[in-house]
Design a protein around this ligand. Structure first.
Ligand SMILES: NC(=O)C1=CN([C@@H]2O[C@H](COP(=O)(O)OP(=O)(O)OC[C@H]3O[C@@H](n4cnc5c(N)ncnc54)[C@H](OP(=O)(O)O)[C@@H]3O)[C@@H](O)[C@H]2O)C=CC1
Ligand SMILES: O=C([O-])CC(=O)C(=O)O
Length: 441
């Protein structure tokens, strides 16, 4: 990677004006030069870079940066201002190429758990150095600095770069993963259509930014609610990135469903497999007990109380988020971060033979008869190459079909509400019964 770009000049703030700037001998690629030029032409630029390394051996001689060059975005301090040649250290020679992970809502609660897992190597492996690109807003910029400081103090060997900013066109540059977590929470009295519109605007903008500057094969996981429709908006605004690369997070729902089945069957939750969540990350989602297995057996053979499965189990999973908010006074953050980790690992580690995982993905070409052009949670398998395929050998009965039709109808209604953001004309919002996010009760 062009480490030299990371050591861009400090801003002219009083805090950094007198600081020295360390440069690297690495040359810039033409793409990076182009991006640097384009960025330097952007009128407002608030990204800040931190470049981390635990070894100071590789630091080049410091070079003073003239103040006129300091107009753009960087505001580095402490160890983050140092740049290193990753391949120069013995222990790093066997490491993979640095991966860029962009995270929005980076000062929020979910990110507060997630970022430290990412930086530790728990997610992408012990030989995978990582650059974290953190997106915030004016309101969270100071908090983001706090996040960067905590990351710095954690001394993670694999964490080689931290960049914070409020401009997605800068923060998403060359992103290979984009974890889109930031979204406005639904406030009292706010209509679902209003939430769809406000958050939809955020995801339309971020889709455009990804389209312009991210890696062409970036994997996008949308967490901010309503995540399925936000993911649809995002992918529609990023026509140069394969639609298949966009995911809406339903892994938390899968994990919740596994936990409930394990509890009822009296087994540990690692005995539950083949758990599909169909549809929307909302109270219409369908936790599929017809295809799920416990100790390799169909759930219905292990749990004979089918009324419990159809009613209590299903509702428990659908409303788990709301119950948790009542207890905690805030929505799930730690378990959501864990489920993001699970979702990422499912794409970079081959799926165990015979099993699958759930993720909200684009429905075009699905074998289940679900309406095309939606982001819908379905069963997937991966070879561990970042890609996935839909599982074909699943069965349906009337109950499952009826439930899937309901969550599908909800997503079609949400899609009509955001037509103005997907380039499909004038929005028409007719969500009749106001179905809810898991956290709303
Ligand atoms: N899919 C799933 O399974 C789950 C999804 N979620 C969803 O994840 C999202 C983030 O949750 P969490 O981290 O707990 O939330 P927080 O409130 O802690 O953080 C959310 C972040 O969103 C950003 N944000 C963007 N736009 C706005 C806005 N207009 N008003 C207020 N904040 C905004 C804020 O950051 P900044 O100021 O930097 O922009 C804020 O830090 C929520 O949408 C939540 O509903 C939660 C649990 C599970
Ligand atoms: O509604 C929310 O913000 C919380 C949520 O998605 C969940 O817990 O599944």
């Amino acid at each position: 990677m062009g480490v030299a770009e990371l050591s861009s000049p400090a801003t002219a703030s009083t805090k950094t004006a007198s600081r020295l700037h360390y440069s690297s001998q690495l040359s810039l690629s033409s793409t990076r030069l182009y991006n640097n030029l384009r960025r330097s032409l952007r009128p407002i630029s608030r990204a800040r870079h931190f470049n981390i390394s635990c070894s100071v051996n590789q630091v080049q001689a410091p070079v003073a940066v003239p103040r006129e060059e300091s107009k753009s975005k960087s505001d580095c301090y402490g160890v983050f201002c140092l740049t290193y040649d990753l391949k120069a250290e013995d222990e790093t020679k066997s490491w993979k190429k640095l991966v860029n992970v962009a995270v929005s809502g980076a000062a929020g609660m979910i990110s507060n758990h997630l970022l430290f897992k990412l930086a530790s190597g728990e997610v992408l492996g012990p030989d995978q150095p990582i650059a974290l690109k953190l997106l915030g807003s004016e309101r969270s910029l100071q908090a983001l600095e706090g996040v960067a400081m905590e990351l710095e103090d954690s001394l993670f060997p694999l964490l080689r770069e931290v960049k914070i900013g409020i401009d997605p066109y800068e923060v998403f540059e060359d992103a290979e993963w984009a974890l889109l977590i930031g979204a406005k929470p639904r406030g009292p009295g706010m209509e679902r259509a209003g939430l769809l519109d406000i958050n939809g605007q955020i995801f339309a903008e971020q889709g455009k930014a990804l389209n312009a500057v991210a890696s062409r094969n970036v994997k996008v996981i949308v967490v901010g609610n309503p995540c399925n429709t936000n993911a649809l908006i995002c992918l529609k605004n990023a026509p140069n990135i394969p639609a298949k690369n966009f995911h809406a997070l339903t892994r938390l729902d899968e994990n919740r469903a596994k936990c409930q089945l394990a509890l009822k069957a009296g087994v540990f939750y690692d005995k539950v497999s083949n758990m599909t969540i169909w549809g929307n990350h909302s109270t219409t989602q369908v936790p599929d007990f017809l295809n799920a297995r416990i100790n390799g057996l169909p759930v219905k053979e292990v749990i004979k109380d089918h009324k419990w499965l159809e009613e209590e189990f299903t509702e428990k999973v659908q409303k788990r988020g709301g119950v948790l908010i009542q207890k905690w006074g805030r929505s799930s953050a730690a378990s959501t971060a864990v489920s993001i980790v699970d979702a990422m690992k499912s794409l970079v580690i081959p799926t165990p033979e015979g099993d699958w995982f759930s993720t909200g993905v684009y429905t075009n070409g699905n074998p289940y008869g679900i309406a095309e052009d939606l982001v819908f949670s379905m069963p997937c398998r991966s070879k561990g190459d970042g890609d996935y395929e839909l599982v074909k050998d699943v069965i349906f009965d009337d109950y499952l079909r009826k439930r899937i039709a309901k969550t599908e109808a909800e997503l079609l209604a949400e899609k009509r509400c955001v037509a103005h953001l997907t380039g499909e004309g004038i929005a028409y919002c007719d969500i009749k019964e106001d179905t809810m996010l898991p956290g709303e009760m």
